[in-house]
Design a protein around this ligand. Structure first.
Ligand code: URA
Ligand code: CA
Length: 441
């Protein structure tokens, strides 16, 4: 097999064979193909696309390039959920305990924050003592024993994606449907879950801003997953503004606990219940959406969901005291209101900007070496469509010092965009995508 001829073929827009795709995916994983050839091929794929069959071959080759987690020792149908990345998007910490409390094993491999988006692992690590590094055996044992584990990806998961993703990042080839789809789905297939619910974000804060592109991404990923023999469906949900009101690691854990205690409702719970209901159905514990929603609400109201979170925190070495007293989570020293610079209605949010504000405060990393401050971030008091008065607190910042607080206040005043006319609230759920159908809401 010859890498130059593979590049040549894709340059001319021709379809690559399974063997050619495996050649470069395995070569990316083991370092036998130089970066310049991989980069040229990535650009040819970005410009000329890939067929459904090529995308499936690429995904399966990337999955096979490393370890595949075998969850067959877990009774029932282990399920996972994956979000394409959001701001204030804490659905995993709400839905995973609820789904597990309904008897569907949740075996979840999560990621860290990326760019302006937050990551479940960073949030979990704001809980005192909690570890997200479990061996595959410990992961499986924990799911067998308590029905839930959320851990980081094991080391050798889809190594082809590690190489290709790093190259895409520096060659302007991230925004390619087959490359995004194969990257995400290969890691999900390797992490072993049989049922996977994708939460594809759409809108200002999402990877795909237009609804049609988001639906196409969802459909491409679901088809690959189903072709690979897994149960996979997707919801396309809104990221035109942060989903929850809390942005920042410990703040988002607090919000998830508030929701699981029944103290807080709203969009975070709504979207978590919709995603969770699809997980119950994939996991075979509900026949209809209605039944699934009822079971989840019962797990919430009975406190079984919160108890499941406590069990998980304890099993992973953490101190579950925060479940009973959220003040035990890390607290920022400087807490200040963000006064509204004008009156009217919230028209838009610069969701990417808000994510970057949290990151600049210390809630995310700018370089791989940065250390996260779990305590910092902000709480938004308004959503799109809400009325505001000049001087009213549109948000509260939780900062490490006065200078950081003032910088965040100035940024948030720009990032929450206020106008004179009344505007409607955002729709939360835009579409449901299966292998066979697209339902728009
Ligand atoms: N997340 C991934 O894991 N891969 C992509 O290509 C984009 C987002
Ligand atoms: Ca393995």
């Amino acid at each position: 097999m010859n890498m130059v001829s593979i590049i040549e073929k894709k340059k001319l827009g021709q379809e690559l064979t399974k063997e050619e795709i495996e050649f470069f995916a395995f070569g990316a994983a083991d370092g036998s193909i130089p970066d310049y050839q991989l980069a040229a091929l990535l650009m040819a794929i970005r410009l000329n696309g890939m067929s459904r069959q090529e995308t499936v071959h690429l995904t399966l080759a990337m999955t096979a390039s490393g370890d595949v987690c075998d969850l067959s020792a877990i009774p029932g149908i282990p399920v996972d959920k994956h979000s394409t990345g959001g701001v204030g998007d804490t659905t995993s910490l709400v839905l995973a305990p609820l789904v597990a409390a309904c008897g569907v094993p949740v075996a979840k491999m999560s990621g860290r924050g990326l760019g302006h988006t937050g990551g479940t692992l960073d949030k979990l690590e704001s809980i005192e003592g909690l570890s997200i590094s479990l061996s595959e055996d410990a992961f499986i044992r924990q799911v067998q024993e308590i029905g839930i584990a959320i851990i980081g990806q094991t080391k050798n998961l889809a190594p082809a994606d590690k190489t290709l993703y790093a190259l895409r990042d520096v060659t302007s080839t991230v925004d390619s449907l087959p490359l995004i789809s194969s990257s995400i789905v290969s890691k999900k297939l390797a992490s072993g879950a049989q049922g996977i619910v994708l939460d594809v974000k759409t809108g200002a804060g999402a990877m795909m801003q237009s609804l049609e592109d988001s639906i196409e991404l969802a459909q491409t990923m679901v088809r690959i997953g189903c072709d690979a023999g897994r149960r996979m469906v997707a919801l396309v949900t809104d990221m035109g503004e942060p989903l929850g009101s809390h942005v920042g690691n410990a703040l988002e854990v607090k919000e998830a606990i508030d929701v699981l205690c029944g103290r807080v409702q709203g969009p975070l719970l709504t979207v978590a219940l919709e995603l969770g209901a699809r997980m119950l159905m994939l996991g075979g514990k509900a026949d209809t959406l209605e039944e699934a929603r009822e079971k989840l609400v019962d797990a919430l109201e009975s406190g079984r969901g919160l108890e499941k979170l406590r069990q998980m925190i304890r099993a992973q070495g953490g101190n579950p005291a925060c479940c009973d007293d959220v003040a035990k989570l890390p607290q920022a020293p400087v807490i200040l209101p963000v006064p509204s610079p004008s009156s009217g209605y919230v028209h838009r949010m610069d969701t990417v900007g808000l994510g970057n504000t949290a990151q600049a405060m210390g809630a995310g990393r700018r370089t791989k070496e940065d250390v996260i401050d779990p305590s910092v971030g902000f709480v938004l008091n308004k959503r799109i469509g809400d009325a505001v008065e000049t001087g009213e607190a549109i948000a509260t910042v939780h900062a490490k010092d006065e200078a950081s607080a003032q910088a965040a206040i100035a940024a948030i005043q720009q990032q929450v965009i206020i106008g004179a006319e009344k505007v409607p609230a955002c729709k939360l759920i835009h579409a449901f995508v299966t292998d066979e159908s697209i339902t728009r809401y």
